[in-house]
Structures are given as structure tokens and as C-alpha cells.
Design a protein around this ligand. Structure first.
Ligand code: GLA
Length: 394
């Protein structure tokens, strides 16, 4: 009897500690996480020095002050396991703990990357069957964010026999790592990366995901960025404070798109309440790139206190109008032109619930447009966007 009571108390304490840690982790992602990740620009060439320099540049450029917080190491930091099974970083990362201390000393947080599979996507050591050990190692190093990338776990899923069993294996793999992270007691953002399989937005939060990739990898060209971004229509009900849809990281400043296209990228991600994880070289970026990444009025749309993801209001061929509810009964309204040449686009504010005159501000021009009647017409550049912040005028 005594033993049974003790076990019950232990279980209760344990699940309370879990619940407390889970809600602490969700609080970390109360707003879509903002930061930088090594993959889009540095790929497997990421090093300790790269990370330190990006952290320095995040501060000196003003990005930290604009809200960017995480410096995330993606794939290719991993070395081998020792005889006890503990993972070590490879020679490009001589001392992870010292690196975390450095990043923390800049007022920033450090993220890392692993996979539920035996190998990561770039062929490095994954966390398969070492989840608790790895979670503890990451916590001991001072890691604040982990991107957990399905990669070779797909091979294990293929052997499951049925799609249902494969799904269960995947859900379990993410749950196991999430629980292992909770046990460490260190608040760590859990970023799920499995490319949107099995409509992850429906169940990602139940496995502890603070964000989950909804698509395959972004690329630094308009077609890929736009096909990913616009394909997010309809996903708004699944995001909210603590758990976000993640249409992948930003390519702004990597050179493959025009300024108008990068503005569209930033606008679309802000409308989607997407994590804003820059993916360019912060040490060499142009003023134009910095201006896009640190446009405070656009960041405010992404980070709005309501945490409601925007969605598509209408599509007329290449013309898409999206809106996003904001705090204080305001709305962000985006007029996208997916054609290559300029188009005149008219928005009718009634279609998004405004019944009289409105007050509007253009967030790329940083210009008040004054009081508008029911409709507004703008000429939108090819692949470009006009983004308005709209409130009722009375
Ligand atoms: C996958 C992910 C990318 C990146 C690479 C690293 O492709 O989707 O974001 O992490 O793996 O190998």
C-alpha cells in the first residue's frame, strides 16, 4: 500500500514537472521564434568561427535589437560517439559549451540540430537510440533550441508495414525527444522538421512541437519561395502562441531574388506568423538586405500579440489578397502580384470585415495613406507586394 502511494506521488510529481517544463517551453515560443540558421548560406561548411562571427554581426547590425534572438547551428557540427555513447562535436567545433557561453554573452541564444534517425540528412551522426543522452548533452552545453530533422528515420518508417504504423513510429520518435528534453529541465525550443508529412499541423503540437516545418526545403529563387509561401493558405487555424507552422527559413540576402521578391518573402512570412530565421551571411549583407530583415513594422505583423496566422482572402489568377487579424482590431492586408509584370490591384476592405471608412498605412513605404473609402487600388510591381496596416477610421 505504502509503496503504491509512493509510486503515485512519484508519478504525479513527475508529470507535474513535465507539464511545468512543457508550458515553460511553450512560453519560449509565445511568439514565432526569430533568429538565424547556418544551413541556407553555409550548408556543411559551418564552423565555430562562422557561428561566433554571425553572433557578432547579429548584434552590430542591429538585428538583435530588432528582435532576432537565436543563432542556430544546422547540420554538420556532429562528430562521433565515445565508448559510453555520448556524442561529441567534430573538429570544426572544438568546444560547444564555450561557444554557447560566447553566444549567450552577446545576449543571444544558441540552437543545434539533430535527427531521430541514425544519420542526419547530410550523413552525420543522428540521435537514434541516444535521445536522452543527446538531450542531456545539449542541455549541458547550454543549448536553447533544437531542430529535429526526420532524415534517415524515413528508412525505419518504410519498414513499418503500413502507413498508419509508419505514422505512429514518427509521432513516437518526436515525442521521445521532446520528453527527453523536458527531463533535462532546461527550456529548449523544439523545432520539428519532417517536411509537413501526414499533415503535421494537425498533430505537431501534441508531440511538443513549438514549430513544425510544413513543406520541403525552401530555395533561393522566387518560384520555390512563392510556391511554399502561398501553399500555406488554409493552415491558419493550426498555429498560435507556443506552436507555429514553419514554412522554412528565410533566403533574404542570399542573392537569388530581386529586392521586390525578397520583400514578398518577408511579407508572406510575416503574414503567416512564420518563424523569422534569417539564412544569409550577416557579416557581409547589404544595407538593402538589412532594411528588409529589420523592417520593424513588418516584424510587428509577424510578432503581433494575438498570434493569429494570416490567410488568403481571395485569389484571382496571379493576384492574391491576404489578411491577418492584429491586436487592437487592426488588420494587416497584403496585395500580392505573382506575375512578372506590374498589375493594378484593388482591395475591398469590406471583404475583411471593415464596414465603413478605414485608416491605412503602407508598411514598406512607411507612409500613412490617410482615410480611405471602402476600396484601395495600388499598382504592384512584378513578383511584388503592397502591405497595409488597416484600422476602422471611427
Ligand atoms: C534537410 C532540412 C534542411 C537542412 C538539411 C541539413 O534537408 O530540411 O533544412 O536542415 O536537411 O542536412
Amino acid at each position: 500500500m505504502m509503496q503504491k502511494t509512493l509510486i503515485t506521488i512519484l508519478l504525479l510529481t513527475c508529470s507535474c514537472a513535465y507539464a511545468a517544463q512543457a508550458s515553460a517551453n511553450a512560453a519560449l515560443a509565445n511568439k514565432p521564434p526569430m533568429g538565424w540558421n547556418s544551413w541556407n548560406h553555409f550548408s556543411t561548411k559551418v564552423t565555430d568561427e562562422v557561428i561566433r562571427k554571425q553572433a557578432d554581426a547579429m548584434v552590430s547590425s542591429g538585428m538583435r535589437d530588432a528582435g532576432y534572438e537565436y543563432i542556430n547551428i544546422d547540420d554538420a557540427w556532429e562528430g562521433t560517439r565515445d565508448a559510453q555513447g555520448f556524442i561529441h562535436s567534430n573538429s570544426k567545433f572544438p568546444n560547444m559549451k564555450a561557444l554557447a557561453d560566447y553566444v549567450h554573452s552577446k545576449g543571444l541564444k544558441l540552437g543545434i540540430y539533430s535527427s531521430p534517425g541514425p544519420k542526419t540528412c547530410a550523413g552525420y551522426e543522428g540521435s537514434y537510440q541516444h535521445e536522452s543522452q543527446d538531450a542531456q548533452t545539449f542541455a549541458d552545453w547550454g543549448i536553447d533550441y533544437i531542430k529535429y530533422d526526420l532524415c534517415t528515420f524515413r528508412e525505419i518508417m518504410k519498414k513499418a508495414g503500413t502507413p498508419q504504423k509508419a505514422h505512429e513510429l514518427m509521432v513516437n520518435a518526436y515525442t521521445v525527444m521532446h520528453n527527453a528534453l523536458l527531463v533535462t529541465g532546461r527550456p529548449i525550443v523544439f523545432s520539428m522538421c519532417q517536411y509537413g508529412f501526414d499533415a503535421v499541423w494537425r498533430w505537431g503540437a501534441t508531440t511538443g512541437g513549438n514549430l513544425w516545418r510544413t513543406t520541403a526545403d525552401v530555395k533561393d529563387n522566387y518560384e520555390r519561395m512563392a510556391s511554399i509561401g502561398f501553399s500555406q493558405a488554409g493552415l491558419s487555424p493550426f498555429a498560435g502562441p507556443g506552436h507555429w507552422n514553419d514554412p522554412d527559413m528565410l533566403e533574404i540576402g542570399n542573392g537569388g531574388m530581386t529586392t521586390d521578391e525578397y520583400r514578398t518573402h518577408m511579407t508572406l512570412w510575416a503574414m503567416l506568423s512564420a518563424p523569422l530565421i534569417a539564412g544569409n551571411d550577416l557579416t557581409t549583407m547589404s544595407q538593402e538586405t538589412l532594411d528588409i530583415l529589420t523592417n520593424k513594422e513588418i516584424i510587428a505583423i509577424d510578432q503581433d500579440a494575438l498570434g493569429i496566422q494570416g490567410d488568403r482572402v481571395s485569389a484571382e489568377g496571379p493576384i492574391e489578397i491576404w489578411s491577418k487579424p492584429l491586436n487592437n482590431r487592426a488588420k494587416a492586408v497584403a496585395l500580392f502580384n505573382r506575375n512578372e509584370y506590374p498589375l493594378e490591384i484593388t482591395v475591398d476592405f469590406k471583404t475583411m470585415g471593415f464596414n465603413g471608412k478605414v485608416k491605412a498605412r503602407d508598411l514598406w513605404l512607411h507612409k500613412d495613406l490617410g482615410i480611405l473609402e471602402r476600396k484601395y487600388t495600388a499598382t504592384v510591381t512584378g513578383h511584388g507586394v503592397v502591405l497595409l496596416r488597416v484600422t476602422a477610421s471611427n
